[in-house]
Design a protein around this ligand. Sequence first.
Ligand code: NAI
Ligand code: MG
Length: 351
Amino acid sequence: TTYRIAVIPGDGIGNEVIPPALKALDALGRRGGFSLAYDEFDWSCARYEATGAMMPPDGLDHIAGHDAILLGAVGSPGVPDHVSLWGLLIPIRRGFRQYVNLRPVKVVPGLPSPLRLSSPVDLVVVRENVEGEYSEIGGRLNRGFPEEMAVQEAVFTRAGVTRVVDYAFELARTRGGHVTSATKSNGIVHTMPFWDEVVRERAARFPGVGWRQEHIDALAAKLVLRPGDFDVIVGSNLFGDVLSDLAAAIAGGIGVAPAANLNPERRFPSMFEPVHGSAPDIAGKGVANPLGSLWSAAMMLDHLGEAEASAALRHAIEAVLAEGSVRTPDLGGTASTTEFADAVVAALPSP
Ligand code: NAI
Ligand code: MG
């Protein structure tokens, strides 16, 4: 089998963490009897600065036929962040109906968690990825006047909430775990009670899966105090965004966290990307941690049906972390991006 992968390295350290992922994927393909054909796209803030657009107007058509998309990170100090988000990431997520944003968080030996953890942490944040609070509906009036105002509407649809909640319950069922739904129905009195209602209705279809709901503020506090109490956390676009960065920090920092933007029906390609951004403060120095990118590649292999190769990559990552002598500076070490990635490739099982 040959998988066609659309590769979008993006800006800054995106260009440094993607090559290690491709190297690991190629090594796994040689061992596992599959290959990957990469088509690289220069869509980025650099492209925006040169041409006025993050990607071509028919960009999605170029990658709609690929088996998956691997993205580094986009963002540049000279380009407002909403340009890169609304010019590339959101069009891909929405155009390809990637309504599940999946962010697994696992504390493994060798990752420095800032917390003293009393129990193991192995949780997944399921974030609604295409509607909710991140909407274009709203506007600003009376700019510069004392009566200036801004309004932004949140959009929750029955179909949109149902499918992401179902995904979360199904995931908890296969993990043998439970679901926590993030809400704020005490303060947000229309959309959040609606969210809660749909969660309750869908939960009834998964009688074997335990669940509870928590207000987002209390949930955030508990996530810091007792992260081991959580398994699958499902939340709206905004709540899921915030919780997944918080959870990533618990597990050793933003540089290690992977994410998948999934179209579970597989009508369109799904996109895999590290959670971190383009990190202009360390870009070009060769010290970016490629872990988030490598872990995202492992998620991509799972999605492609290469479960064995995915497990091999995860085990190699965990072995290098546990051994501990090769780490990038963000994890307290002195290794370069390439040195860490080479150590992971060397730790892959022999064919
Ligand atoms: P960031 O994630 O780029 O960096 C935050 C901090 O973490 C920095 O100190 C950085 O050096 C460090 N860091 C991040 N990834 C690392 C890695 N792999 N290894 C070692 N250290 C790492 O977030 P920031 O600074 O808020 O944003 C920078 C740019 O990235 C902005 O333009 C932003 O819009 C964009 N961004 C893009 C994302 C994406 O493409 N999905 C996600 C988040 C931010
Ligand atoms: Mg975020």
